[in-house]
Design a protein around this ligand. Structure first.
Ligand code: OGA
Ligand code: MN
Length: 358
């Protein structure tokens, strides 16, 4: 096969687990397929929920998976024999905590001065989630002073001269010469936001000259508490930055290293929210065969020490009813006021990863 020889083990695993959509206009049989996707063999995927169940009922753990004994840490933590520095904390967050962080990730974290992937195109956008909830439309602002909703767009004395602002859908026909996009469509294009020290994706480094807020106290407290299993005894973790990733149904995160932080003995604390995903934990080269594992909402992963040198990525998220495992979250978001959260998260995954930069 052309190209097969050059394909790395990591790339091979990505191809194996990625989402394959079946062509809708060429049904192989008249039976309705469940989700319009080709089934993937998931038998090799490590399932830490099952590991936790085995541990709780005193059964043997799968080969290569160990319980990590950590003084003063109040929940089971697991590690992998040949991936030192990697830790998995299954169900680290309650459903209520998961919903809290989903709300924060959508309504608060994308707010300026935090930057998002949309900032480069539209400038700072205030109140994106609120605008999506209220079916607003983002429009270019020239000669549209009477139409824009200043309440949603923050203070008028903002230092930025905003080019784009939210307006009522009903007013948009009056400014049809302007470029416009529905806030809800924009929310679906949100791919990342950065908290604390701002990560610059073009330079793949932290840009300390960019204006930023400290990362939120509650996130800092959570990360410090969860980092304990990965830290040398008595040492501290000082969260300075977080990257929030937003995954739609066919999004993936390719194999990579996070190598822009100075001290690799400090962990990256990585929180999963929303739809279940597959995480690939490779070795120090792309030739090493990666270990595949499920990441569920509420799971927390730590990568420190040698695991900081391991390629990793997310080739797949599951949005179908059989695999997404988000019914508990959806029932928390069942009130009419929370409809936008429920609609978002039923097809999405959010990852918050927290880092000490210096
Ligand atoms: C990252 C990362 C993993 C995830 O953002 O660097 O590795 O679970 N994320 O989404
Ligand atoms: Mn990473």
């Amino acid at each position: 096969m052309y190209g097969a020889a050059e394909r790395t083990a990591f790339r091979g695993a990505e191809k194996r687990y990625k989402l394959y959509k079946t062509l809708p206009h060429r049904p192989k049989s008249r039976m309705k397929t469940t989700s319009g996707t080709k089934p993937t063999d998931l038998s090799d995927v490590v399932d830490f929920k099952a590991v936790l169940d085995s541990f709780a009922s005193g059964r043997d753990l799968p080969t290569g998976i160990l319980r990590f004994d950590c003084d003063g840490f109040d929940r089971p933590v697991f590690c992998i024999d040949d991936r030192p520095g990697f830790f998995f904390i299954p169900s680290a967050l309650t459903i209520e905590e998961q919903c809290y962080w989903i709300r924060e990730s959508l309504a608060t974290f994308p707010q300026p001065p935090n930057r998002t992937n949309l900032t480069a195109i539209y400038g700072p956008i205030y109140g994106l989630f609120n605008a999506a909830q209220n079916q607003k439309v983002l429009i270019e602002t020239e000669d549209t002073d009477t139409l824009v909703d200043h309440e949603l767009n923050g203070s008028k004395s903002s230092p930025h001269s905003q080019k784009f602002l939210f307006a009522e859908t009903s007013s948009v026909h009056r400014v049809e010469t302007c470029k416009s996009i529905a806030a809800l469509a924009l929310l679906k294009k949100l791919r990342w936001s950065t908290l604390g020290l701002q990560f610059d994706w073009s330079k793949r480094n932290y840009d300390v000259s960019l204006p930023h807020n400290k990362i939120p106290d509650a996130l800092c407290t959570l990360a410090k508490k969860m980092a304990v299993p990965a830290l040398p005894f008595g040492e501290d973790f000082h969260p300075e930055a977080a990257i929030v990733n937003y995954f739609g149904p066919s999004d993936m995160l390719g194999g990579h290293l996070d190598d822009m932080e100075l001290d690799w003995t400090r962990p990256i604390v990585s929180i999963s929210l929303g739809c279940k995903a597959i995480f690939l934990l490779g070795g120090k080269t792309r030739e090493d065969v990666p270990i595949a594992m499920f990441l569920r909402s509420g799971d927390i992963v730590l990568m420190a020490g040698e695991a900081r040198e391991c390629f990793h990525g997310v080739p797949r998220i599951f949005t179908d009813d059989g695999h997404a495992e988000i019914s508990a979250i959806l029932s928390q978001f069942s009130a009419e006021d929370d409809r936008c959260y429920a609609d978002y998260i039923r097809n999405s995954r959010i990852n918050i990863n927290i880092r000490q930069v210096n």
